[in-house]
Write a protein that binds this ligand. Sequence first.
Ligand code: ADP
Ligand code: ASP
Ligand code: MG
Length: 457
Amino acid sequence: MIVMKFGGTSIEDIASIERVVEIIHSRLERHPVVVNSAMGKTTRKLLDIARFSAEGMDEQALSHLDEIREYHFDMARGLTSDFEDSDVRTTLERYFEELQRLLGGLSVLRELTPRTQDRILSYGELVATTIIAAALQRRGINARWLDARNFIITDERFTRARPLDDLTCRGIQEEVRPLVLSGCVPVIQGFIGFTRSGATTTLGFEGSDFTAALVGSALDVSEIQIWKDVNGIMTADPGIFAGARTIKNISFEEASELTFFGAKVLHPGTIEPAHRKNIPVGIYNSRQPDTGGTTITEQAKKGRDLIKSIAYKMPVRIVNITQDSHANPAGFLRSVFDILDRERITPSVVTTAGTEVAMVIDASEDMERAIEALECLGAVKIAGNKATISMVGENIRTSRDFTSILFRNLEGMNIDMSAHGASPISCTFVIDESDIPSTIARLHEAFFKNPDPDIFD
Ligand code: ADP
Ligand code: ASP
Ligand code: MG
């Protein structure tokens, strides 16, 4: 059994979906379970539409909704049999009617709550899986559409819900496994879940990778395959640095570090469920299905290069707190972390010096309440438009040259913070957002002068 997950870029038009259908068809003997996200940029578009409605801009909302309705209907027409008289058409009509009703509600209330946002975004995955299941059936594949909300059970943290492990694992085993054993190919929405009280949730943007890992782990599959528009995990984001190379093999630990530090190629939640069960994760290119891709495994070849990849995260903020002189020094750090814990904010880097603590926090985090509370402990300063850049690789652990090479190549740069040591396989520093492209190019040049052909393609 394997899980095959296809992201938005792999299912953005008729040609790419036909390619995906062939990829699945050629792997039927491995008993695939298919997970897919919304088509193309549908999630972002649904979010825009919801915001228009909540601002009372009904005309804009409806014209954009028409656009995505037409986009999906065109695809369904091109990919399924007898579309006009089919159940697929009835189902799509129903989904778009429900959406329109929800948007009407938003426009009256003039408010978009995280709960309603999740409900609206879930339609991207619901319509996509409906079309893909039908396209697979037309190709003679015994595909079965499943509603992920019957088994991906989460907490109530809308827009970034966490799956409840035991319930979700049991649900997947009860709902999905028997279908595969009876020869069906289940088609499941990524990204969405359900609370115990019956509300739709989402696992955070790019969360379909995470769904694939949860399904793969519960079913003890032999491989979790994540299909993208890139050849695998690369030495840097190819969207920002054209010279990036594909990494053939990387460890769970290295991949987890890369995603934590912002490598957008995988959702950060993907690695843990796979690692726990020691299931290899493969990242492949749906446009070039026969190229090698990246395999993530427990033990990975280290190769001779000092690092495997460079990740970046932006925009981030540096939040600096200087302790009030009359405050209790022993309790200061604990109080800072208590506040972050209460507000569920995870800094990516923390450094302390005497009476000061500096933290790097994602610019997308809502910090208002945390800052109010932190101000009771001391003076708070915030610097925005920053970015973290991280080098990751097992060889950092044992290298004596790594830091000297790194700092030699950063000469003349403005570095706000640096962190090395908390993790033995990564090193992170904070710079201005605008310096990211040139710094990645400079460090890539320095660290990948002559990449080991055993590790890099
Ligand atoms: P999908 O939504 O189809 O699953 P994404 O677009 O979310 O795929 O992820 C793939 C994108 O991740 C690539 O197009 C690339 O720009 C970006 N990316 C960032 N860092 C890396 C990296 N180290 N290796 C490969 N791709 C990366
Ligand atoms: N469709 C969702 C998003 O765009 C989930 C995903 O693509 O993984 O974030
Ligand atoms: Mg994506």
